[in-house]
Design a binder for this molecule. Sequence first.
Ligand SMILES: NC(=O)c1ccc[n+]([C@@H]2O[C@H](COP(=O)([O-])OP(=O)(O)OC[C@H]3O[C@@H](n4cnc5c(N)ncnc54)[C@H](OP(=O)(O)O)[C@@H]3O)[C@@H](O)[C@H]2O)c1
Length: 277
Amino acid sequence: MGMYPSPVGLPFVVGNEGAGEVVAIGPGVSEFKPGDRVAYVAGLGSYAAERLVPADRAVKLPANIGYEQAAAMMLKGMTAQYLLRRTFKVAKGMNVLIHAAAGGVGLILCQWANHLGANVIGTVGSKDKAALAKANGCHHTILYRDEDFVARVKEITGGKLCDVVYDGIGKTTFPASLNCIRPLGMFVSFGSASGQIEAFNINILQEKGSLFCTRPTLNTYAAKRDDLLAIANDLFAVVASGAVKIPVNQKYALRDAAKAHRDLEGRATTGCSILLP
Ligand SMILES: NC(=O)c1ccc[n+]([C@@H]2O[C@H](COP(=O)([O-])OP(=O)(O)OC[C@H]3O[C@@H](n4cnc5c(N)ncnc54)[C@H](OP(=O)(O)O)[C@@H]3O)[C@@H](O)[C@H]2O)c1
């Protein structure tokens, strides 16, 4: 869709996350050795059987995390971590709205927000996706293609509205999402699966109750090595504890990557997808 243009132009190899075994190291690398099990979020190039990864972007995998689980969760799980623990600190009793709750980031957010004690409300595109979101910690689901999600959020929260809205959808859920937020609450626009939010008058935030609005990216939150390790280790801990399960709901051969993309764009996937070389 052209939303995240390649910094190297065309042609390029897509993909930003993966997991595997270190087969060789470059000069000056001391933290890793061949045979180490690692995972990463890094620059483009992960749709490949072998690749180069900057050592400061790799993390060692604990023995209890498998390669498929790790490949599925590095970008999406670390995103869930910073969204819930850093961008806005979700706490017990808060009302949280998660758009596309049955998606890759969505299912991880639902489980983790539930684990933190929040009242989790999720929007989904179908009844099957609603059942899946519910099985993954979402307390209330809204079929946003058929129902007015603002009215439903008002009803579910008894008029209190949400402390925070996590929105990876963009164009079709904005600006209605702002009507779901209590005064001084936060709108977190972390993606734009339906298209980008167009320029808007900032005064709307005052009208809706002195709202906060941010458009975060994992790149900023994990730019420093210490932060990357802290975010990854928190994710590994919550997965190892069993509180958050990584739903690998689609597996494709690497050669079928185009089909994986068609399914994702066609809203035919749930949870995480992985490509296997
Ligand atoms: N900022 C960051 O750090 C960061 C990190 C990771 C991902 N992201 C972004 O977060 C978003 C979600 O990523 P994801 O991997 O978890 O994807 P995903 O949610 O698994 O897939 C997209 C989902 O969005 C929903 N959707 C609504 N309108 C859509 C439309 N017009 N076209 C396609 N899908 C539509 C669909 O669910 P329903 O059928 O339920 O509506 C679809 O399944 C993406 O925009 C991604 O780029 C941002």
